[in-house]
Design a protein around this ligand. Structure first.
Ligand code: FAD
Length: 416
């Protein structure tokens, strides 16, 4: 059976590895010509690390990423609202890993080439059109740099892992609106710094309209007593105003957002100094799409951001794409008929990921920061006067269930 994966991002590459483990040898087609180490930090939650561990990748990931030990929320005054242990520290059977997205991508890409062969990933092949009317789906690829047609072919099975601007999705949903912007702009960057808090902490400070997210992503810096610190500064504007189309590699200037964070000098961290310490900033608008009712249409399906573009809240973007890959490969092993397999995959994953899209629109677990801002905008002497421990615990636990990383449920998979 000829399986084509459109898009060699995190989702496409993990799908290729997972399918290969089940006896398939898919071919990946990727728009870009050179696979560079794009991006900044990304998080892998324990359920996604479980999948990557089963694919034999844990050692490589742990040799470069940071095993996140705790997650903390602070107010805009730097006052602590919430702390919870993460990964192994929280009793999960698998760690949570914070890692450079480009490094993760590089590891996955090299494993695909090593296991499936050097020609498994066809770069400079941008899917221009997909026709689904004939007996088999028909794909037409172009080289966007040279502006020329490079390949036309059919496939028995097509997996659209081509990200938020998925061409596969637009072939299935030609009338769908472009991504929806909620008014927030994210500026993402990396600064080398002294270790922050425990040195393996991920924290968020602020509220829905102004937020700072921070976590370390390099084991070799940690080993040397330093931190390669990934950070995201977020500001919210009027969503009615025009925004520049989302592009993961668009550069920006710190002058665009630093003035809003100038006063955020906490006694435990000087945020303006961290911002000034970076060499380059990437800008991205907070966009998603409404969940759709179907991903699988005969022998064509969607996966990762193509299937369920969501706000990057709760560390779910890459993790959910990895869980999709695992579910798809298992379904392909369980069903002789690939069309039935795609239905089973959709059944396992669509409702779950749609719930995360909706939960993230409500700020997911980070909503407690806005609750504190609403109730105590000038700060607090005692957190218990503002929000109860029960309220905090309930919100955190609810989101873990929605996102599928409830600890006891997940650990049962190890014990089974
Ligand atoms: C360049 C880049 C940098 C990113 N940086 C970060 C980051 O720093 N932090 C973070 O949290 N998330 C980042 N993301 C998003 C994150 O990787 C995804 O949200 C998540 O991993 C889900 O992955 P995905 O494979 O579904 O989508 P993506 O990672 O978006 O991958 C989609 C892939 O498909 C390719 N593609 C798109 N259209 C076509 C087409 N028509 N034909 C062929 N190929 C196509 C793209 O080039 C890309 O390689 C980045 C994504 C990209 C593409």
């Amino acid at each position: 059976m000829e399986v084509v994966i459109v898009g060699a991002g995190i989702g496409g590459l993990v799908t290729a590895l997972a399918l290969y483990n089940k006896g398939h040898k898919p071919v990946l087609y990727e728009s870009v010509g050179a696979m560079r180490e794009w991006g900044v930090g990304i998080n892998l939650l324990p359920h996604a690390v479980r999948v990557l561990t089963e694919l034999g990748l844990a050692e490589r990931l742990l040799s470069t990423g940071i095993e996140t030990a705790e997650l903390l929320y602070f107010s805009k005054h730097g006052q602590r609202i919430w702390r919870e242990p993460r990964g192994l520290e929280a009793g999960y059977a698998w760690p949570q890993i914070s890692i450079h997205r480009g490094v993760l991508h590089g590891i996955l890409q090299s494993e695909v080439s090593r296991r499936l062969g050097p020609d498994a990933i066809r770069t400079s092949h941008h899917l221009a059109t997909l026709e689904t009317h004939g007996s088999l789906p028909r794909l037409c690829f172009v080289d966007r740099v040279r502006d020329e047609h490079v390949l036309e072919r059919e496939a028995d099975l097509v997996i659209g892992a081509d990200g938020i601007h998925s061409v596969v999705r637009s072939a299935l949903y030609p009338d769908e609106r472009p991504p929806i912007w909620n008014g927030a702009i994210l500026w993402r960057a990396i600064t080398e710094s002294a270790p922050i808090l425990s040195g393996r902490s991920m924290f968020m400070a602020g509220h829905a309209n102004q937020k700072f997210v921070c976590y370390p992503i390099s084991k070799c810096h940690w080993d040397a007593g330093r931190s390669l610190t990934n950070w995201v500064a977020e500001l919210r504007f009027d969503p009615g105003q025009p925004f520049r189309r989302e592009d993961w590699s668009r550069g920006a200037d710190i002058g665009d957002f630093l003035p809003s964070f100038e006063t955020w000098c906490f006694d435990w961290l000087d945020i303006p100094a961290l911002i000034r310490g970076t060499d380059a900033v990437l800008e991205y608008p907070m966009v998603d799409k409404d969940p759709v009712e179907r991903w699988s249409f005969g022998p064509v399906t969607l996966l990762g951001d193509a299937a369920h573009p969501m706000y990057p809240i709760g560390s779910n973007g890459a993790s959910q794409a990895i869980l999709d890959a695992d579910a798809l490969a298992r379904a392909m092993a369980d069903y002789a008929d690939p069309v039935e397999a795609l239905q089973a995959y959709e059944q396992e994953r669509l409702t779950t990921t749609s719930a995360i899209v909706w939960a993230n629109r409500g700020q997911g677990p980070e909503q407690v920061m806005q609750m504190v801002e609403d109730r105590a905008p000038d700060g607090f002497a005692d957190l218990d006067d503002v929000i109860s421990q029960t309220e905090l615990e309930t919100i955190a636990a609810r989101y873990k269930k929605v996102a599928g990383f409830d600890r006891d449920r997940l650990n049962r998979l190890r014990d089974d």
